[in-house]
Design a protein around this ligand. Structure first.
Ligand SMILES: [Zn+2]
Length: 78
């Protein structure tokens, strides 16, 4: 079980590197927004690691560190 946990962590690290974006504060510091669909094409393991996301409801770009939940902006969540 411990080994599987380590494997998973390794895969996350690899996926984070593959995005080509800097990683900090637990999030991928992407300057340009990513949609839920695009994020799924990378690796579902890191789907909630993207900082700048596009809202699935209103297409507004938002920063997850200041508002929103999952792939919905602060307005659509509230
Ligand atoms: Zn929204």
């Amino acid at each position: 079980m411990k080994y599987q946990g380590w494997e998973m962590e390794n895969e996350v690290h690899e996926s984070l590197k593959l995005t080509g974006h800097p990683f900090g504060g637990g999030l991928i510091q992407n300057a340009e927004s990513i949609t839920f669909e695009e994020a799924k094409e990378y690796n579902p393991l890191i789907i909630l690691r993207w900082r700048t996301r596009q809202c699935v409801s209103c297409s507004q770009v938002f920063d997850i560190t200041s508002q929103g939940l999952l792939y919905k902006c602060g307005v659509c969540v509230g």
